[in-house]
Design a protein around this ligand. Structure first.
Ligand code: DQA
Length: 144
């Protein structure tokens, strides 16, 4: 079985340090470890990546064509701006789940719109970092 790619956008490398009142105290490495452990339980393997660069994220999504079973993506700020990430995801053949740690609908109005949601099979927002684990469970059912 191909791995599930978990992609994280800009500033998520600062998870645990950045606005902990919104994003919590866990680091991205903590999230990766929890995802890897759950994936193992579910009979999957993950590749976990982060980038602050839009083009790099596009390239990683392109590379997932034919090599990843599914994508879980927290595009961070690019959620609200990036047609390029939407287009790259649209060229990917497997299921896509969009994750946001915070509830983007409870925040500033510019966060209410997501380009990525036009492609995602499902969206999880406001469940904290547990959203990644919920996304993994959903992807497992979609791939079954
Ligand atoms: C985020 C929400 C985005 O609006 C924000 O730009 C982020 C993180 C989240 O996980 O809640 O960087 O995607």
């Amino acid at each position: 079985m191909k791995p599930i790619l978990i992609l994280n956008g800009p500033n998520l490398n600062l998870l645990g340090l950045r606005q902990p009142e919104i994003y919590g105290h866990e680091t991205l490495a903590d999230v990766e470890a929890r995802c890897a452990a759950l994936a193992l339980e579910l009979g999957h393997r993950i590749e976990f990546r982060q980038s602050n660069h839009e083009g790099e994220i596009v390239t990683m999504i392109q590379a997932a064509r034919g090599t990843a079973a599914a994508i879980i993506i927290n595009p961070a700020a690019y959620t609200h701006t990036s047609v390029a990430i939407l287009d790259a995801l649209s060229a990917f053949e497997g299921p896509v789940i969009e994750v946001h740690i915070s509830n983007i609908h409870k925040r500033e109005s510019f966060r209410h719109h997501s380009y990525v949601s036009l492609r995602a099979e499902g969206v999880i927002a406001g469940c904290g970092t547990e959203g990644y684990l919920l996304a993994l469970r959903r992807i497992t059912s979609l791939l079954a």
